[in-house]
Ligand binder design. Structure first.
Ligand code: SAM
Length: 266
């Protein structure tokens, strides 16, 4: 359980802390656990889905650091520190890799600071991606990210926390326009499954209890990659993105509920 602090409201659930419950973390409160339990009652696979999301994050960061020579990672909506974070994966390959974690929830900064105390190449910033201009201009971001060199912009499990009227597609466009050619965008998102009413029920529950949780169709998700060259194997269920072990059954909800992919700015 986390210590309470005036900056950390404990009476309302937050996405970062509900996700921490799913991952088996300890940085959450009763209000967060109540939302997580209600979600799990609708879709018991959510714990596995969260693990699939972490696993693709590890594969993509490793691939981009090792094979594409990416040395800068802007991890937007990074969430609470958990097992194997972006900087650990990237800096295992290149100790000089720079990683900036950004999250709207101040609890992420509170916990990140302690972990990163002696890591000069990594920082945590509290900011809202709905104001990308502010975020990109922050001195803490500019201190570690050189926008003249390719960047990996990570939007992993965050865009479903933006409502349609918050225009997530336009936010991605602003970010894309600010990055140099050769930059990568790595996006994962909840997916509406035509044959699984749970995906609709989950959206309703999350919108009611958490205030965010937009489950989008594959066609809607594809628009986030406008103007980018999508790397093989495409925009796919998370476990199918360059798996290290064969996926024996790709028909289950835990495999299909989240979709992800990596796009390169030409
Ligand atoms: N990226 C991590 C992962 O995939 O393992 C964590 C994903 S977690 C489900 C979503 C995170 O996005 C939460 O930590 C939440 O606080 C953050 N978030 C939601 N809306 C945001 C916004 N407008 N700006 C910045 N962060 C936001």
């Amino acid at each position: 359980m986390v210590e309470s602090s005036p900056q950390i409201p404990t009476g309302v659930p937050t996405a970062a802390r509900v996700y921490d419950v799913m991952l088996g973390g300890k940085d959450n409160y009763a209000v967060d656990r109540a939302v997580a339990e209600a979600s799990l009652a609708i879709m018991p696979e959510l714990r596995d889905i969260a693990l699939h999301n972490r696993a693709i994050l590890h594969r993509v960061v490793r691939y981009l650091a090792a094979e594409e020579g990416i040395t800068q990672f802007l991890d937007l909506g990074s969430g609470l520190p958990t097992v194997r974070n972006t900087h650990e994966v990237a800096q295992e390959i290149n100790p000089q890799a720079h990683v900036v974690y950004v999250d709207i929830d101040p609890i992420v900064l509170a916990h990140g600071r302690a972990i990163l105390a002696d890591n000069a190449n990594t920082t945590v910033v509290t900011a809202d991606i709905r104001n990308p201009g502010d975020l990109l201009g922050r001195p803490e971001v500019r201190a570690l990210i050189d926008f003249d060199q390719p960047v990996c912009v990570m939007l992993v499990g965050i865009l479903h926390h933006l409502a349609d009227d918050e225009k997530p597609g336009q936010i991605v466009q602003v970010l894309r326009d600010a990055m140099p050619s050769g930059s990568f965008f790595f996006i994962t998102n909840f997916t509406r499954l035509g044959d699984a009413p749970e995906s609709v029920a989950l959206e309703k529950q999350l919108l009611e209890q958490l205030g965010t949780g937009r489950v989008r169709t594959p066609a809607e998700l594809a628009t986030f990659f406008d103007g980018l060259e999508i790397l093989p194997p495409g925009l796919v269920p998370l476990p199918l993105w360059r798996p290290e072990e064969p996926v024996l059954d790709a028909s289950t909800i835990d495999v299909r509920f989240m979709t992800g992919g990596v796009g390169r700015k030409p």
